[in-house]
Design a protein around this ligand. Structure first.
Ligand SMILES: Cc1ncc(COP(=O)(O)O)c(C=O)c1O
Length: 420
């Protein structure tokens, strides 16, 4: 994109020829002219979800009451299959919508450790998402295992040589993010999975920032396990249930640590002893969250209609356009790209370093652009392909350069007061 002009007409031209432009109207928009570049944190609300949930509340819950469980009970695996088919390259019977990403990580790592008694080392990297690092730290402490934390460049992502050097016959599980939450660096799932399996360990991928953003091919890559959330690119809403994947031929050799009744064989026999069902449903715990699961289904169907390959193509165009404008306009003001520059090595968000990123992000919000801040000095911008226009990217970067040029951000308080 480096030869592109920087005038707004170009963005308008991209929008006019965008085959996915019509999907923007499939989401709820408020009256304010907001530019939203944070759908990689909390996705927008699809109109279809609003309608489907209203229908579920009035009909299935409101009047159907407990009778509706008959159709609800199969949803976690049905919707899991939908995600597998359209977004994560998994054949049916390997994905389940349940619990949170955090809880699913806890379940799968414990199960994987139990299945390999001779191996007592867990590996992750020091720029992995906090919950991933904390859950692994907790398991290592609880089970007297070693957590081997490998160093990762916060801008460029995981270095495969560093990972290879940390592998050995004592390693049970390697847990990594497919797309890094801070930099957006995209790991080579096929190659890294091969490396880990060669060392005899199991691999677990966190897909929170890649499911719905980049094509994921879990089966083709030979991945063992994966987890991911649904409130980002899948647009299922705050706190919607997460998903987990376990490769078919591994499922029955794993016993998860939470022995809940939804994983029990012949559940309503209410038997005395825990006896997990064969297959992916043994990774269920308690009563599934139906309203959230329905929202996951609607969000996934919308992405399926747009097509993950077309979404990826537009995502690359949007992020490389954003980088182009940042290079042209923002570098003189102390910004620097803190994401991989090569399209193939980047997910769908772009991170910019600036020493005053916090105040920049606040000034940007005041100017009608919602992006994200990541400690200590990163501005994270996610132009989600299904609902973002090229003009949104142009307008956001234009406002950012004005803020940087007139130094209006310097009038804002410096302390970081946000919670999430
Ligand atoms: C990579 C990654 N893993 C996990 C999580 C969060 O997990 P949970 O949904 O359990 O809060 C996030 C949230 O942003 C994330 O980016």
């Amino acid at each position: 994109m480096s030869a592109l002009p920087t005038n707004r007409t170009y963005a308008e031209h991209f929008d006019a020829s965008d085959p996915l432009a019509r999907f923007r109207d499939r989401f709820v928009h408020g009256d304010e002219p907001l530019i939203y570049l944070d759908g990689n944190s909390l996705g927008r609300l699809p109109k279809a979800t609003q309608a489907r949930i209203a229908e579920l509340l009035a009909g299935e819950w409101g009047t159907g009451l407990v009778r509706s469980w008959e159709r609800w009970v199969g949803l976690p695996s049905e919707v899991g299959d939908l995600i597998g088919e359209h977004l994560t390259g998994a054949a049916p019977g390997q994905l389940l919508v349940c619990d949170s990403t955090t809880v699913n990580l806890f379940k799968l790592v414990n199960a994987a450790l139990d299945a390999q008694p001779g191996r007592r080392v867990l590996i992750t990297d020091d720029d992995n998402f906090p919950t991933d690092r904390y859950v692994l730290q907790g398991i290592a402490a609880q089970r007297d295992c070693e957590l081997r934390m490998i160093r990762t460049d916060p801008d460029q992502g995981l270095d495969e040589e560093t990972l290879a050097a940390a592998l050995g016959p004592d390693v049970a599980v390697v847990s990594l993010s497919h797309v890094a939450y801070r930099s957006g660096a995209l790991a080579d799932m096929a190659r890294i999975t091969g490396l880990i399996k060669q060392a005899g360990a199991l691999v677990l991928w966190d897909l929170c920032h890649s499911a719905g953003a980049v094509p994921v091919r879990l089966d083709d890559c030979g991945a063992d396990m994966a987890i991911g959330c649904t409130y980002k690119y899948l647009n299922a809403g705050p706190g919607a249930p997460a998903f987990l994947y376990v490769r078919a031929d591994l499922q029955d050799s794993l016993t998860q640590p939470i022995w809940g009744w939804f994983g029990q064989r012949d559940q309503f026999a209410m038997g005395q002893a825990y006896d997990p069902v064969p297959g992916i449903e043994r990774f269920a715990t308690g009563t599934p969250q139906i309203i959230g699961t329905v929202a996951v289904a609607e969000g996934t169907k919308l992405l399926a209609e747009a097509g993950i390959d077309r979404l990826r193509e537009k995502g690359i165009a949007l992020t490389s356009y954003l980088i182009h404008l940042a290079d042209e306009w923002l570098e003189p003001f102390g910004f620097r790209l803190a994401s991989p520059r090569a399209d193939a090595r980047r997910g769908n968000h772009v991170t910019l370093f600036h020493p005053d990123a916090w105040r920049m992000s606040q000034a940007l919000i005041a100017a009608g652009v919602i992006g994200d801040y990541r400690t200590p000095d990163r501005l994270r911008l996610g132009p989600v392909p299904i609902s973002t226009r090229f003009c949104d990217v142009w307008d956001a970067l234009d406002r950012l350069r004005q803020i940087a040029a007139d130094k209006s951000y310097e009038a804002l308080p410096t302390e970081i007061s946000r919670v999430t």
